[in-house]
Design a protein around this ligand. Sequence first.
Ligand code: ARG
Ligand code: ZN
Length: 861
Amino acid sequence: MTNAAPKTIYLKDYAPFGWIIDDVHLTFRLHPTATRVISRIRVRPDYDVPSRPFMLHGEGLTHISAKVDGHDAVITEVDGGIEVDVPHAPFNWEAEVEINPEANTALEGLYMSNGMYCTQCEAEGFRKITWYPDRPDVMAQFTVRIESDADHTPVMLSNGNGLYYAQDNTQSPAPNVSIYQDPWPKPAYLFALVAGDLVAHEDKFTTMSGREVDLAIYVRPGDEHKCAFGMEALKKSMKWDEDVYGREYDLDEFNIVAVDDFNMGAMENKGLNIFNSSCVLASPETSTDGNFERIEAIIAHEYFHNWTGNRITCRDWFQLCLKEGLTVFRDAQFTADMRSEPVKRIDDVIALRARQFPEDQGPLSHPVRPESFQEINNFYTATVYEKGAEVIGMLKTLVGDEAYAKALDLYFDRHDGQACTIEDWITVFEDSTGRDLSQFKLWYSQSGTPTVSVREEYKDDTFTLHFSQSSAPTPGQDEKLPQVIPVAVGLLNDNGDEVLPTQIVELTQAEQSISFNGHATRPIPSVLRGFSAPVTLTQDIDNARRAFLLAHDTDAFNRWEAGRMLARDSLLSAIRTGAAPNADYLDGLKALLRDDSLDPAYRALMLAQPTQSELAGVLHQDGDTPDPATIHTASEAMRQAKADAFADILPDLYAANQVDGPFSPDAVAAGKRALANSALGLITKLDGGATAAKQYAKADNMTLQLASLSALLDADAGDDALQAFYDQWRDDRLVIDKWFSLQVMHAKPETLADTTARLTNHIDFDWKNPNRFRAVMGMLAAHHAGFHHESGAAYTLLAEWLIKLDPVNPQTTARMCSAFQTWKRYDADRQAKIATQLERIAAQPNLSRDTAEMISRIRGA
Ligand code: ARG
Ligand code: ZN
């Protein structure tokens, strides 16, 4: 971590390691400040590739000793590790190093969280544990022996199957010894170790071939009652992957561990998934419906990685989307199957537009498969994950469900046990379908969000759609080639009947037309159904047409989209000209809300409107300079207009969607709560919080409690409830995260910075905990009108905290720098204020590689 010239790694420079690791034996003598790691590795030359120096990565290791075939090793330090003199023949490497888990605040490698040892090795954390070729194309079998003080670490886990657990009485004091063996070769990033005072919530799963697998979720004592939901989600995931992809689990045990200090959501380490506790612990009293759904999805995601990521892994980190895009796609399919397909699709598109579009439209834009990086942790992005999943979805749409299933079978068959590339993936589809996918592959290399424009023509019973596609320049890519864009299209008649069911129009050229013959009356097209491609659609249609589609579209996604676009255009007019909310929109929405044949979860999504940040993005795309204060006012006015226009139906809507009986987080009950809580938000605009106060008083689950507290804060009537909430939950870290977030979220734009600064002085603001830091600083950045308040106070506050966190935890700091990625959208004054903060961060001595790269990309330097 120095300011030495940053080193850029390029995809085009890939070279194989040159050596094959047959097996790895690791011994850990755990100690909070002085853990010894002894590694014994059997190595032989890879005769298929030109001979290469024997290079091992290592970072921050205290070297004790190293031997090659029993003789002291001759070592040369090189950038990022060591080179060792070795024979060009099979040999044994043996090394001992010391590391300090307690001092590891970066939470990468082996570290301590609340007295428990745990690891995070993806992407390049294993090199902080011992000397090793820390690259995903080196796969080896690991045997791990853990020794530790028996009192403090009764549980000691690693990957694979537990072989042995006992106290070793030949030593004094007698340590606990645990031995794990993983029969499946794996890259080092999938290594994991956990040791501590943990309790297990256990279960069993019988696989499709009849093998019994021991399942356990390990948590700190006191959290036992928060495991049941996660365990059910795990079993459902295991079953689903068998049923839908034919994939069976391959070890005798599968363990999940909850950790309080974790940089990301969770990690798919072979047989030992490690989770941010916020992504696995759940109870009705402490978790919202949204938490339950997210937990189910993340458990599925990490479990699905066992095949898409672990059995078949990535050759190098440029191929990250190979495992992440596919696994996100798979977890989305799972959620759609467990819950509601249209609701999941709408949720995902909302998230894509909120997180991936801004990334792709700003200075951080990069291809789904990046071609260079300085710090790979900076590329665990919405583009790699979510756009990566969209690309898989398009591929499936283009080849069809059956061909997709066949291709996946071939992929697993052909590449099991290998470290692969996007080329391998594409070739599997070409071989199994006979299609030429070279143009489709541009989705992996061209960055930016394409725009698709569509124009209609109707003549002599023929209806024609004229499409054009284009893509704005992005960093490093001035010119774009036309991409393969599957556009799902259906046609309706004036009565709203479908006269042409959904078809896939395959765009491959800059301009392309498609005609539909034999239409005696002019049909009404529904374009980009199901959001069949991650593009921006521009269509010259008026409000009346949108209102028609809102009432009649037979595609659930496009029906929602019609309402979303009406809301958006109404808000844009309000922002630009002060226009009143569009009556067509309010009327159409009202009719929908009343329609009890529609899923409440779907209606709740209908009631929401584009976020202020999304509106700012659209204004910017249209060549305007967004003013955050005006956007805020217009958004609030729209909510008030809805409350007024729906005043007569809101009480019924609220009452009809109450859920009685014991709490269940299932999709139907959650959907009703979502709709009731959305109604409550509007009711609060009319009754000043009276209904919300009643709900708060009797709430017996977090979904109801949080929604009513939120409504009260919105009405400036939440002070007492806020205090009561704190008193009730002060000992529950995950709930206190919510308590912090809520206050930031509901601050007035002009006092956001002060409110946030005050919260950072709170005794519970444990800023070294990533969840807590994000609960406050993440929300600060997410508060559009407050973060971009003209004073610039929030910019300064965030920059101060990023500067403070960077030496402690570069990864979390770097991720949060993206709060500034949209800075070029705004006026010169705001840009200047942000530029000052970016410069200030950049000027810090010893800035981490992570943060330095992010800031320089954001500045466009
Ligand atoms: N592979 C993990 C997942 O998708 C994410 C781990 C990323 N960690 C990191 N430090 N970049 O579930
Ligand atoms: Zn993943």
